[in-house]
Design a protein around this ligand. Structure first.
Ligand code: ADP
Ligand code: MG
Length: 437
């Protein structure tokens, strides 16, 4: 084989685009990295990513159209090479405790996803190492069979319960596709003659069917057999709040920020697609592993009309009031900005390591509390930057609240700042000790 294999990344004059140059033997190959309308980065016809480093990390694992997987960076000798990896933040994997990987999830019988590519320099699984980063239908062969309704014979429903709710239970299973079998979570509608329940589950399926993002639980399809079943990709690490309870010593604040940043990326995607979630809470953020979270439970979600920025509920229902913005409760108006409010509460739950929000208060009392201008206090472990962001998410007037575009950016900046701080400090894993209050 021809050696060495070297690569260099530099910004181009055209704003937002980058040139990736690979040296193979004596030949230099140049690839254009561009951003689409939504700001996602990709090489031509390659997989799209929210950030440049995610793309680079991915290209280290998969060639994805390049002549080879990214390996070594060119030495930074010339002036032009100075620009290599310009705004590329430090690799966040440098600041967590590598020896404690996902295995720690296992104590509660979770079935976390193992790392697929276990190269020696990889200390822990990145989301893109897992089988649920991309849709199983991203393979064109598999896409041929993509239909909303799945054949029962391809579905194995195991007698293992992953969770339960009003609708029935969520069971573990396996779905057989053309080329592979995948682990799935199956929401089984309890035996009910009520057409309304079936309609509700089908509405949830219709919403999920339109979404495809690494930080959102994907729908594989629906199966109508012994019961109506919603077949989803598996996020076996359980809900975020349960995972964090009692783990202050074990899970550093940087890990919490990492997961919340992923939630923000998923929510930014929903905002772009004009969907409102309406039930964003730590209980509906499921983990694939300790470093990978996905938004789930689209039971209350709505697709907004092309010209609408909010949805008005006909009547108030069984609502998670403690997560709802004032305009939801007062006027039944739901928008991405009201999801931002819920994101703030989710942040509070995460940084308080799974505490219940507004502890002793009843739902309706919370609205009074908010109207008086009061807000939940900064959790002891929570960094001031993060408390400031959650406080902004709790801006009373929805017009003045940040959107997810802003929230994601602030989360990302903070998370990356931890990564670069950790890189420069000898005490990796000790980042974000700075707590407020
Ligand atoms: P509900 O509408 O009743 O809140 P959820 O969709 O939140 O239902 O699911 C309830 C529980 O089932 C979750 O808390 C989780 O434990 C489990 N569950 C749901 N979806 C998945 C999934 N895709 N992978 C793994 N577990 C899941
Ligand atoms: Mg739920």
């Amino acid at each position: 084989m021809m050696e060495p294999l070297l690569s260099r990344l530099r910004p181009r004059k055209e704003q937002g685009t980058y040139a990736l140059s690979l040296v193979y033997g004596k030949t230099v190959y140049h690839y254009l990295i561009s951003q689409d309308k939504a700001g996602k980065f990709c090489i031509p016809e390659g997989t799209k990513f929210d950030t440049l480093w995610q793309l680079v990390e991915y290209l280290k694992l998969k060639a994805d159209g390049l002549i080879y997987r990214l390996k070594e960076a060119c030495p930074n000798s010339s002036a032009s090479a100075e620009a290599a990896a310009p705004t590329l933040p430090a690799h966040p994997s440098t600041f967590t405790q590598p020896q404690r990987r996902v295995d720690t999830l296992n104590s509660d019988g979770y079935t976390p996803e193992p790392a697929r590519a276990a190269s020696p320099e990889k200390q822990r699984p990145m989301p893109m190492d897992t089988s649920v980063y991309e849709s199983p239908y991203s393979d064109p062969e598999e896409l041929k069979d993509k239909k909303l309704f799945l054949k029962r014979e391809n579905l194995l429903v195991a007698d293992i319960e992953l969770g339960c709710g009003n609708f029935g239970s969520v069971r573990q299973g396996v779905y057989r596709m053309r080329k592979k079998q995948i682990d799935v979570a199956i929401k089984v509608l309890k035996h009910s003659t009520e057409k309304a329940d079936k309609d509700e589950m089908m509405r949830e399926a219709q919403i999920m069917h339109q979404l495809d993002n690494p930080y959102i639980v994907r729908l594989i399809g629906v199966c109508q057999a012994e019961a109506l079943m919603l077949v989803m990709e598996m996020a076996g690490g359980g809900p975020l709040h349960k995972f964090l309870i009692g783990k202050k010593e074990e899970i550093p604040v940087s890990n919490v920020a990492e997961l919340l940043h992923q939630v923000a990326m998923g929510m930014k995607y929903l905002e772009e697609k004009n969907f409102v979630h309406r039930d964003l809470a730590a209980r509906n953020v499921l983990l694939v592993n300790r470093h990978y979270a996905k938004i789930s439970d689209f039971g209350l979600s709505k697709a907004l009309g092309a010209d609408d920025s909010y949805y008005t509920a006909r009547s108030a229902g069984k609502w998670p009031l403690k997560w709802y913005a004032p305009e939801c409760i007062n006027f039944r108006k739901f928008s991405s900005r009201s999801d931002v409010w819920s994101y703030g509460v989710t942040m509070w739950e995460a940084f308080s390591y799974g505490q219940k929000p507004y502890k002793k208060m009843k739902g309706p009392e919370v609205l009074d509390f908010i109207k008086q201008g009061k807000r939940m206090e900064c959790p002891p472990e929570c960094p001031p930057e993060m408390y400031s962001l959650m406080s902004d998410c709790w801006t009373y007037k929805w017009e003045d609240r940040p959107d997810f575009l802003t929230v994601e950016q602030r989360m990302r900046n903070y998370y990356y700042s931890l990564a670069s701080r950790a890189e420069g400090s000898p005490q990796c894993g000790q980042v974000a000790e700075a707590a407020c209050g």
